[in-house]
Structures are given as structure tokens and as C-alpha cells.
Write a protein that binds this ligand. Structure first.
Ligand code: ARG
Length: 280
């Protein structure tokens, strides 16, 4: 499990402002830290309806995000080993509004879903589709993006539409809606569940499966880096992505929704999307 910590810019700015103020009036080091702490709470109150002090999180002062960083451009691991993407930047912006420090825990996708249910992470952000089954076991924020289940096939494949998947071997990522839809529609025996989308695509390259069903944006990224593959024009399903949380933490749900609303209204969310998804 990879852990990456990012300091909340808002909190850092408030701390240094408070430290400066105290330097100016000659405060001691010990009063400096408590003044800084209350200043953090005050500035996050201004930025959002909820303050860090009111929020209960897995680790005090932190917003712990469970993800599966094999899903470009929502979350991916760079060659240098850092995790970036739309979900990461959005979570960082939310953490700043809440006056919390973002901490990212990278794990398998199904583990990320479980992590919030078991109270090990505050938010699960991994291009997660809202489904009735998931809503029964966790709460979801307002949606922040839409996804489409796409079908990847080798160029020259006789699969031209979703219906043509009948009788074929389909690769998916374990625990995803792609897996669920395909096993419902074509039977569990027809579907192979891989650890992540990339291994599913590698299996397609090796001829172990006939198609891969996965969300459209990672599909584009995988096809781009794997010549000889293409995405079918017809899509399988349209979905809403949202942030998963533990059902019991309603204060966090409200704070996250308030932060999301601000990020949508002031264009931050769109700017994050534009940074990672270039217009075609
Ligand atoms: N949207 C799909 C789902 O919720 C797939 C998400 C996979 N995300 C990931 N980070 N691997 O099931």
C-alpha cells in the first residue's frame, strides 16, 4: 500500500500567516502553534460551512482517500511513483476547503470500496460509479463526473457491438461495474476479472480474452499506448461518478458536498478536468 501525503495549501497558508503575525508581536513558540491552529479553523470556516474541528476523520486533521491508481486520467501512478489525476486534484481541493491534509492510500479497487465501509478511509475516490448495491452499503456525494462503459477490441475483431460479446471471453477489472454488467448479461463464466484495467488490456493483447469492458477515459489511455486495439463506437452504459463515504459520517458527507458545489461553481472542477482531458 502506497501512502502519499500532501499538505493542505489552505492550512499551510494560515499557519504561516499566523506565525508571521506572532513574529510581528513577539509571541513565543508555544503560543504560536495554538494561535496557528485556531487560525486554521477560522480560515476553513470562511471557506466552507464545516470546519475541520467539527469533522471526525479516520486520522485527526487528515482526509484519508482510498483509491486504485491504475485508472488514468482519474488516478494514475507516475514513473516517479507519485499518484496524480482528476480525483487526486479534486480531493486535494476538497481537503483544502475542509482545512484537512489529504492522505492517499493506494490499493485494489474492491479494497478501496471496502475501506470506507470499514472506517479505514474517509473517502473513496476512484472513478466510482454510483449503483444501488453500493448505495446500500456506503453513502455517495453528489456526482462530479460521468463515465461510459466502453468495449475495447483488437482491430479487425468480429465484435462490432455490445451484443456481439455473447459467446466471447471478456476481460474486466475485479469489482467494477464493467465486471458486474458483463457477468449479468453474458454469464460469470464469460468474464475474467483482473487486478486492474492494464492487466486486462495486456490479456487482450495476448489473445487471452476477446474484449475488455472498462470506463471510456482509461480505455482511451490504454488504447493510445497499445497499438492494434480500438474502442467500439457503441457504448455499454452511462454512469455517474461520485465520492464514497461511510454511511455514519453525515457531517463529512455534507461538508464534501458543500465543497464540491463551490468547486463546481467557481470553475475549479472544470479546470482540473481540462488539465487531464484535452479537448479532441
Ligand atoms: N466506474 C467503474 C466502477 O465504479 C470502474 C472504476 C474503477 N476505478 C479504478 N480506480 N480502478 O466500478
Amino acid at each position: 500500500m502506497k501512502k502519499i501525503s500532501r499538505r493542505s495549501f489552505l492550512a499551510a497558508a494560515a499557519v504561516s500567516a499566523a506565525a508571521l503575525a506572532l513574529t510581528a508581536c513577539g509571541g513565543s513558540a508555544s503560543t504560536a502553534s495554538s494561535a496557528a491552529a485556531s487560525s486554521v479553523a477560522a480560515s476553513s470556516e470562511a471557506a466552507s460551512t464545516s470546519t475541520a474541528a467539527e469533522l471526525t476523520t479516520v486520522e485527526a486533521g487528515k482526509l484519508t482517500m482510498a483509491t486504485n491508481a491504475t485508472f488514468p486520467p482519474y488516478e494514475m501512478t507516475t514513473d516517479a511513483g507519485t499518484i496524480e489525476g482528476i480525483d487526486v486534484d479534486t480531493a486535494q481541493a476538497i481537503a483544502e476547503k475542509l482545512g484537512l491534509e489529504l492522505q492517499i492510500d493506494d490499493m485494489d479497487f474492491d479494497a478501496a470500496l471496502l475501506s470506507v465501509q470499514q472506517g479505514k478511509a474517509d473517502i473513496a475516490m476512484a472513478g466510482i460509479t454510483v449503483t444501488d448495491e453500493r448505495m446500500a452499503v456506503m453513502s455517495f456525494s453528489d456526482s462530479y463526473a460521468t463515465g461510459i462503459q466502453s468495449v475495447i477490441v483488437p482491430e479487425g475483431s468480429d465484435i462490432a457491438s455490445v451484443d456481439d460479446l455473447a459467446g466471447k471471453k471478456i476481460g474486466t477489472q475485479r469489482g467494477t461495474t464493467g465486471y458486474l454488467y458483463c457477468s449479468d448479461d453474458f454469464g460469470e463464466d464469460a468474464v475474467v476479472a483482473y487486478d486492474n484495467g492494464l492487466t486486462a488490456v495486456q490479456a487482450l493483447n495476448n489473445g487471452q480474452v476477446d474484449a475488455v469492458v472498462i470506463d471510456n477515459e482509461p480505455a482511451k489511455a490504454y488504447v493510445e499506448s497499445n497499438p492494434g486495439l480500438k474502442i467500439l463506437d457503441t457504448s455499454y452504459a452511462e454512469e455517474d461518478y461520485a465520492i464514497g463515504m461511510n454511511k455514519s459520517n453525515t457531517a463529512l458527507l455534507e461538508a464534501v458536498n458543500a465543497a464540491l458545489e463551490e468547486l463546481k461553481a467557481d470553475g475549479t472542477l472544470q479546470a482540473i478536468v481540462d488539465k487531464y482531458i484535452k479537448a479532441e
